[in-house]
Design a protein around this ligand. Sequence first.
Ligand code: HEC
Length: 449
Amino acid sequence: MSISRRELLLASAAGLLARPAGSAEKTAPKPFELSPLPTDLEMPVEGFVDEITPTESFFVRCHTYTPQVKMSNWKLTIDGLVEKPLTFTLDDLKKLPRAEMTAVLECAGNGRSFYEPHMSGAQWKFGGVGNARWAGVRLRDVLQKAGLKPGATQLLLDGADEPLGKMPDFQRTIEVRKALDPDTLLAWEMNGKPLTPEHGFPLRLVASGWAGDSWVKWLQHIEALDHDFDGFWMKTAYRHPSHPVAPGTAVDAKDLIPVTDLNVKSVIAMPGEWVKPGLVAVQGVAWSNGSPVAKVEISDDAGKSWKTAKLLGNGTKYGFRKWTYAWTATEGRHSLIARATDEAGRAQPMQEDWNPSGYLWNVAQPTSVLVSAQKPATPVVAPPAAGITAPEAYKAACMTCHDDHMMRQQRMTRAQWEKELDKMTGWGAPLSATDRPSIVDYLSSQFKP
Ligand code: HEC
């Protein structure tokens, strides 16, 4: 293989990677539904060819129904431990110095479906992540107007979303340290346009370098506190062990800490499942928590040997960094792995670091590619085996707040389903003791590991 051909291929790969400006609407891959309502949408892996993820491809994660905020009665209130409680309209905020940030937004649970043993929750594969250009104001500029009192340690963030049934309201805190970081924004713009309702219109937090659980949407109230907040979404959800635990271990609550920083990670976008033999541009992106991506390595022999991929562009502190690698693809089935390392020296692990809620998956993961001259016939998908039909009581108890997309994506044991039913009954699912056994039978036989 001559060097010049290899160089040419890399150059054209770089060209391929850049979508012509304005063409995003036509070519951007559509996300697929994990759940229609509450809305959870995942970006397909083809989306990872773009450095900036088009909004229409961007993943969506909602714990409740998307609120339709009316600007005529929207305002942002800042109170609690402040010198001067204040309210802001969007126009008031726009009078402060504008701040812009290119940053990755990744759901804390992205990659959850890969953990073994499985756990409950949205079953993300790769695409619970995207990179956008956010614009708004620095949160610290807004806080300066109100004046934080000396004892303030946490900021409680609350959006316009309303809990369903008896579920606890989605409220999150961030430490004052993070709030004062110049890279933490209150954003009203995503990729040059106002936020869409699903992405938090009119205002959301941009906690650069942190997982999505802190990026509160539909923001309307910020309260300064002098203590840790013990609401469900801080005390119970979005926590992970402070030290590695063996897969399947129940972890004591005192050993769980809030999910904050993202892990270093990379995803292979191309060539997909099949490619012709020859020189192939393997392409994808990598990112980390604010420490720039230092290198991406590729292995085509199950991790025995590694070659360095070429990083494209200049990269941004918190954004996706595109990379490409010229791979000589020979006939047969291959397993490709990409592994990113950031400037802080953190590298993707080869093995899962299991945690009870399946957060922050970042294993350098093999993707299977078939190299053959002929495209293989699309395998005939066998129709699903006739399952037992859902008991009538199931529909009445479980299909009011959401439909069965929520259940169908799970792969849980009977014991896990029992726990899930306890959670849902606590949130208001009308489940009688008489109906419960038939529903557990149904769920644990249909949606099992
Ligand atoms: C009062 C409303 C309500 C009812 C009734 C309800 N659910 Fe849910 N359920 C929710 C909400 C809201 C979510 C999404 C939570 C999130 O995204 O964090 C959810 C999520 C889930 C999930 C995903 C895992 C998780 O815990 O987030 C499963 C599985 C599930 N429900 C099963 C059921 C079953 C089975 C029933 C019937 C016994 C049921 N639900 C009844 C509100 C409800």
